[in-house]
Design a protein around this ligand. Sequence first.
Ligand code: NDP
Length: 294
Amino acid sequence: LTGAKLIDGKAFAARIRARVAEEVERIRAEAGIVPGLAVVLVGEDPASQIYVRNKAKQTVESGMHSVEHRLDASATQDELLGLIGTLNADPAIHGILVQLPLPGHIDEERVINAIAPAKDVDGFHISNVGLLATGQKAMVPCTPLGSLMLLRDELGDLSGRNAVVIGRSNIVGKPMAQLLLRESCTVTIAHSRTKDIEEVVSRADIVVAAVGRPRMVKASWIKPGATVIDVGINRIEGPEGKPIVVGDVDTDDVAAVAGAITPVPGGVGPMTIACLLANTVTACCRAHGLAEPR
Ligand code: NDP
């Protein structure tokens, strides 16, 4: 690697988790309340199982109440909706996360929109999407929120900068674009139908890649000095046939041109869970009328 600064998301996430733990202690001391997060996993997807295990572990480590519900892959939509109804009504639970993707026979939108918006710590409920889009107080999706924190830490004021988000999914690309717009960036969203994507990206001061294509973004796409946030998590075969995880950015290539770049792993990934914990504390404070963490 040459040139670009590597943005240490792992260290940043550890600082957020430490702050979350302090807030959890404050809430316990001041109000006698323990913030609670429920994670629901349907089926046996191996990647999802790892995510859910990590989420539960870090929830407990931060002093919060953690509940895990594992449903069989054959669970019906009504069973899942029933569980969400129970969690919505449970005063010990302040955040509910349904691990995606769900098995094909379940209507994902219906399930997400059944979560009480105030407990929707993933920020995917249609109410939170609308609140974010209209600049109101929302639950903000964790991966874009973590990416924005890294950008603000690196660049300070983002106002007036050209930002290109590659990818337009509801969970990363679109909310990322909304957040950058809220920061007064000039935002372009690129996707699979974008013409001359290389030229579009090369105008950006900030590039956020959320595509799911290993090492797609090359040095020739990047404006010298640009800040590059790599959201991608792609499992590929590495040297000696061993599986490795790489991002959507060709890091070694791009590092020669970019000003700063997030590595994969160790960039955006750890920020996602840290923001989930922070969102759960925020949800708890809002539910009980307590001062929200800064
Ligand atoms: P989706 O598959 O939902 O969306 C991918 C987006 O990329 C789509 O909008 C698609 O365009 C676009 N795209 C696909 N191919 C191209 C191309 N050749 N050129 C330009 N755009 C293209 O993925 P997600 O948003 O869910 O995730 C994106 C990546 O981020 C994945 O690698 C995922 O694993 C990772 N991820 C990481 C997280 C973390 O914690 N770090 C959390 C969530 C996701 P179109 O809409 O036109 O099809």
